[in-house]
Design a protein around this ligand. Structure first.
Ligand code: GLC
Length: 435
């Protein structure tokens, strides 16, 4: 009995009630308003300097997609009428020392990868290659093809990049490496790319969401409401990157506070640390450690296990939540008692359910911001492994949408947009070409 009571006590910490969801929606609306007005806000509300695509855009582009440990390079051919082809694609792992070393080395590495791709015939015309650069970090843009990195997220710490124009940095590296024939024509956040890729084929798409290593969203805003920037043109629309990973008005547990304190960017990206794939396993590891210390798990034995930060990943979490305990062998745990299994499963499920419900509340907030009475249909293009791979994740988001919006939640459609960010960056480049 004691243990059963404990399960509820521990999982209850991660419960997101309908009242919590209403608070998140309210908090989003006040922070969005402040962010758009240029007042202090945990939501940066970054203008992208580009409108939603029409679907008729055409052209051939190179797309470089940097957002996490994987770098993707694609040749994209937009054929118009919402059709496109990807004649070639490369995926490269970004070495840890480039992510966390000197910025110049990181950008030189990107340039080398582009050169290698172009050399393999990934692209045709070497005289003038147009590159759309998906850079999935908070970037303050002044034009569609220029932007300063505000602050690194997701564990990147390369020096000399924060505060700099990343298009300039990449252009310099390209020249240094003898690839001056590559011209960067668009700088795009991955959320914006995801929205653009989906909207290229679906006119009702007005939101792009990433639920993967990091989490974030963008949406289509009326330029008149972006009051912090004058001269964006009256009566028009522009995609705005919320950088919602940094949203801070959330009820946190002591585990969230400790994870944040020990992270490379304490005090920042608080929503991301409760929601995204980079952190969920680590959060579970910390709860498991606490349960072990309380003598509630593994009968108080195996005290040295689960000591390495970030060794327990989201893939382990997914396996356990699906009752697959084989993954624990790596942590030296073979036979589990029934009670241990129940507790572990419930904790992992509770952490992921909380992630999805917070994400759902955030989606609801943005949809209601665009269309308070939900008179129109809104398609949300979503990419990222959490959404795609974690069992039951989309259903939990829908549950939160229903809590926030009631029956009108049906107006908000969640649509997978796999690997949309690179294709979408090419679409954005074409929108700009057509502007
Ligand atoms: C982080 C970045 C953001 C990106 C998101 C998803 O939150 O700051 O720009 O969109 O991760 O990759």
């Amino acid at each position: 009995m004691k243990k059963r009571g404990s399960v509820l006590e521990w999982t209850g910490l991660f419960h997101v009630s309908p009242a919590d969801i209403a608070d998140i929606v309210g908090g989003f609306h006040s922070e969005m308003k402040r962010g758009l007005a240029g007042e202090p806000s945990s939501l940066k509300m970054l203008p992208s300097f580009v409108a939603k695509p029409r679907g008729s855009e055409t052209g051939r582009y190179l797309a470089l997609d940097l957002g996490g440990t994987n770098l993707r390079i694609l040749a994209v051919e937009l054929e118009g009428e919402g059709r496109f082809r990807i004649p070639a694609v490369d995926k490269v792992v970004v070495p840890g020392e480039r992510m966390r070393g000197k910025g110049e080395d990181l950008f030189d590495f990107l340039a080398e990868c582009i050169l290698a791709f172009a050399g393999k015939g990934g692209e045709g015309n070497r005289e003038d290659l147009r590159l759309a650069f998906t850079f999935s970090f908070p970037t303050e843009q002044t034009r569609v093809d220029a932007g300063r990195l505000l602050v690194w997220t997701k564990g990147f710490t390369a020096t000399g990049v924060e505060g700099e124009d990343v298009v300039d940095l990449l252009t310099r590296s390209l020249r240094r490496k003898g690839a001056g024939f590559v011209r960067i024509v668009a700088l795009v956040n991955d959320t914006v790319g995801t929205l653009a890729a989906k909207a290229y084929t679906d006119r009702t798409c007005d939101m792009g969401v990433i639920l993967g290593t990091g989490t974030n969203a963008c949406y289509v805003e009326e330029t008149a409401r972006i009051t912090k920037r004058r001269g964006l043109g009256a009566g028009g629309e522009m995609i705005v990157n919320l950088e919602w990973g940094n949203f801070a008005l959330l009820r946190r547990t002591p585990f969230d506070a400790d994870l944040d304190r020990d992270s490379p960017n304490p005090g920042s990206q608080l929503l991301e640390k409760m929601v995204s794939g980079l952190y969920l396993g680590e959060l579970a590891r910390r709860v498991i450690r606490a349960l072990m210390n309380e003598g509630l798990l593994f009968d108080g034995s195996s005290r040295d296990l689960f000591t390495t930060p970030y060794a327990f990943g989201t893939e382990h979490l997914s396996a356990i939540a699906s009752d697959d305990f084989g993954v624990l062998a790596r942590f030296g745990i073979g036979n589990l008692m029934e009670n241990d299994r129940i507790l572990l499963t419930e904790i992992c499920r509770a952490i992921v359910r909380r992630s999805a419900r917070i994400a759902g509340a955030a989606v609801a907030a943005v949809a209601a911001w665009m269309d308070p009475e939900l008179k129109r249909n809104h398609t949300v293009g979503i990419d990222g492994t959490l959404f795609e791979c974690y069992p039951g994740y989309p259903a939990h988001i829908r549950g939160a949408l229903a809590d926030a919006l009631g029956p009108r939640a049906d107006r908000v459609r969640l649509e997978p947009a796999k690997d949309g960010s690179g294709i979408g960056a090419a679409v954005i480049a074409a929108v700009v070409g057509a502007q």
